[in-house]
Design a binder for this molecule. Sequence first.
Ligand code: MG
Length: 467
Amino acid sequence: MQTPLRFTRWLVLVLGLVMVGALEVSAAAKLPNFVVIFADDLGYGDLGCYGHPTIRTPNLDRMAAEGMRFTDFYASAPVCTPSRAGLLTGRLAVRSGMASSKRRVLFPESKGGLPANEITTATALKAKGYATAAVGKWHLGVVPGTLPTSHGFDSYFGIPYSNDMNRDNTKGPKGREAFWEPKTEYWNNPLMRNEEIIERPADQNTLTKRYTQESVSIIKANKDKPFFLYLAHNLPHVPLFVGKEYRGTSRRGLYGDVVEEIDWSVGQILETLRKEKLADNTLVFFTSDNGPWLIFNDHGGSAGLLKEGKGSTWDGGQRVPGIAWWPGKVRAGVVEGSIASTLDLFPTFMKLAGVAMPKDREYDGVDMGPLLFGKGKGNRDFFPYYRDVEVYAARLGQYKAHFATKSAYGKDPVVRPEIPELYDMGVDPGEQFNIAKQHPDVIEKIRELVKQHEASIKPVENQLEKQ
Ligand code: MG
């Protein structure tokens, strides 16, 4: 009888080891995938699910219906470069030197870029075994050491900055006239694969389609391992370009055509996730880097009822569409009044991937988990609005105080009122009725929080001013 008993013990031990092994494998397999879809200069009011009457966005509307749509979601800055630095690092651009009062963004000839010691979402997830890919606009540097492949991404495919840069002045009408009927050869922009230029000028009419095809292939190629896909469209930033299938199809004109093609792209990404049976293990987040560029008339978007647009610290500059999707995990519905930001994506992803937050630096992002998966109000009630390197305004709960104001792109001087302007963003999201006189206590509370925040900022080398 001894032998069978020993055999049984042995069998139990072996089975136990196999089960532990299986559990470990399934734990690793369960690491969620992350997809960030980042539009450029898309306004708060530009999607059907945010109330636009003539732009049709059925795929984003469905994403919002199945997922969570935010009413109070903020880009980390009102212009491209600092906004992108904030999203990918979870830190305000002032901390990485990616904001400046002299040059608001990086340019093709800029010598600076996201410093090597900054930890991006891609760097952190790659260390955990994730496949990582950047597709589309980068705008965090082109000098060696600053491209996506130096910041944790396995691959890169896209134009490394804004699509209106590298204007070829020998072609087309002068100045702003070139934008009204843009031709791809008016802008001598490079399309890159990793560190190589593969096409110049990039055929911008096919950009959205090619970024989508690239993204779909990346998802399919990595379906058996965790991945992070950062798809940052160059559009609907001006000059507006669109695929022939979408040209002239929208009641909103060329801008609407462009947004509707991006909506198609979102549909392709979500459909691929469904088909590959990845939908129940993938968090997708759709948002925009800043508000609409209003100086471009009907070639710019709409901030809906919000005041101002891109470049401004009025809400139209930074409050953007924000939609989270993860069927069966993210609570479906509209989350009203809870403040959240692109800054929060970094800590949210780290928590879900089981990566500890680095302890050697300050973070401005907070984990969105309670908001996304629980019944909670969320972890954030304070949000500072930076214009370049200065806090112009700050929100605390429903209140927003303006310590400085200036038009988005005008030459007017900065106004720093003795009594800051104060708005109730619940009653008055359009920031029309200053209630500072009725609530001096609220202003003092916000002023104190801004002071505490500013005390945490350490001086660093400015990357945007490097020549
Ligand atoms: Mg932008």
